[in-house]
Ligand binder design. Structure first.
Ligand code: NAP
Length: 338
């Protein structure tokens, strides 16, 4: 039998395990041009919380009773598709289920990608997956990172932030500082990821620390968090600085949205460029990003971290880890051996 985690009810406020239900159905049979993939790893992203709300967004919401949308990596176990053979490892949006029927036809979140020879399957969901690509396009295209930049990254010990911060370092930033929750994450950012400093927003005075680290202001702020961290940083931006709005996890589970940043006028006074983006608009250049990221990883210049939980029964629980800040690097769940 196939097992699937489906959306039971739309969450109100913080997402709960009981918003999902475990459903069984027969393992699907592939039709012409289709294949069955046995999922091995599920990937978790804060954006998935937004896909549960029935509001206009860049993707339609997941419907009640539908399998939860998620990127996965798995093995083709049956194939009627000329381009995919049994045994191929593939990554794509195959959802919270053990077995998925796939056609390989690209949807709004891309198609199926074969895991290249010699690449660990879980890497296709982390530094070479959606979050790694987001970091690349966010830092290189949207942030226009350049030599000499003074860079601050929020959510810096997460999947996207950790890669974005290291790209800034690799592109010649004069200083890169990360903001993250807790001493273990801050230690990792400095000692493993090679950042110049890290600020623990849970125990330190962020405003004072940003002032101390950036006496001449932040020239590029890569924001994954929004809320008070964005508001505070706006006061410490350098003239003509750039702000990359990648995400705003601090409000994803809020029932009532907080008011906009009180320091909004700093955008005018400091003549800032503030730019939002969504990865799906950059898929056409995924190959370029994967090539660059893999090059840095193979050269030992970019470290990547995965937090791998185990067991399909733990799927909703693993999703909640993102909002509890329990993950360092990419949150994954292993549900079968590759
Ligand atoms: P992640 O950073 O690996 O995991 C989420 C992290 O957010 C947690 O580990 C936690 O770290 C932090 N966090 C949770 N609740 C928080 C709160 N209330 N205030 C401050 N920090 C909080 O997740 P990710 O997949 O890489 O996503 C990071 C951001 O990028 C999200 O905002 C996401 O929506 C965005 N994103 C955007 C795109 C795009 O196309 N624009 C694509 C992918 C991701 P701490 O322990 O440090 O709090």
């Amino acid at each position: 039998m196939n097992e699937q985690w489906c959306l039971r009810s739309r969450p109100v406020g913080m997402v709960k395990e009981s918003d999902f239900e475990l459903v069984q159905e027969p393992v699907p049979e592939p039709g012409d041009g289709e294949m069955v993939v046995r999922n091995c790893y599920l990937a978790f992203e804060p954006a998935m919380r937004g896909w549960l709300d029935d509001v206009p967004s860049y993707l339609p919401p997941v419907g009640i009773g539908e399998v939860m949308r998620a990127s996965t990596v798995g093995k083709v176990i049956e194939s009627n598709h000329p381009d995919y053979a049994v045994g191929d490892m593939v990554s794509g949006m195959l959802g919270w289920q053990k077995y998925a029927l796939a056609s390989g036809t690209p949807g709004p979140m891309g198609g199926l990608t074969k895991v290249p020879e010699g690449v660990a399957p879980e890497l296709m969901l982390s530094a070479l997956g959606g979050t790694g690509l987001t970091a690349y396009f966010g830092m290189v295209d949207i942030g226009e990172i350049r030599e000499g930049d003074t860079v601050l990254v929020s959510g810096a010990a997460g999947a996207t932030g950790s890669v974005a911060a290291q790209i800034a370092r690799l592109k010649g930033a004069a200083k890169v500082v990360g903001i993250a929750g807790g001493p273990a994450k801050c230690k990792w950012l400095v000692e493993e990821a090679g950042l110049d400093a890290a600020i623990d927003y849970k125990s330190e005075d962020i405003a004072a620390r940003i002032r101390q680290e950036f006496p001449d202001g932040v020239s590029l702020f890569y924001d994954n968090v929004g809320g008070e961290i964005l508001n505070t940083t706006l006061l410490r931006m350098a003239n003509f600085g750039r702000v990359v709005l990648c995400g705003g996890i601090s409000s994803y589970n809020e029932e009532e949205l907080p008011p906009g940043p009180a320091n909004y006028m700093q955008i005018v006074i400091r003549r800032l460029t503030v730019k939002g983006f969504i990865l799906i608009d950059h898929f056409a250049r995924a190959g370029e990003a994967i090539g660059a990221l893999l090059g840095w990883i193979n050269a030992g210049e970019l470290v990547h971290a995965e937090d791998i939980q185990e067991g399909f029964e733990n799927t909703p629980k693993t999703f909640l880890r993102l909002f509890e800040g329990q993950n360092l690097g990419k949150q994954l769940l292993k549900i079968a051996d590759p």
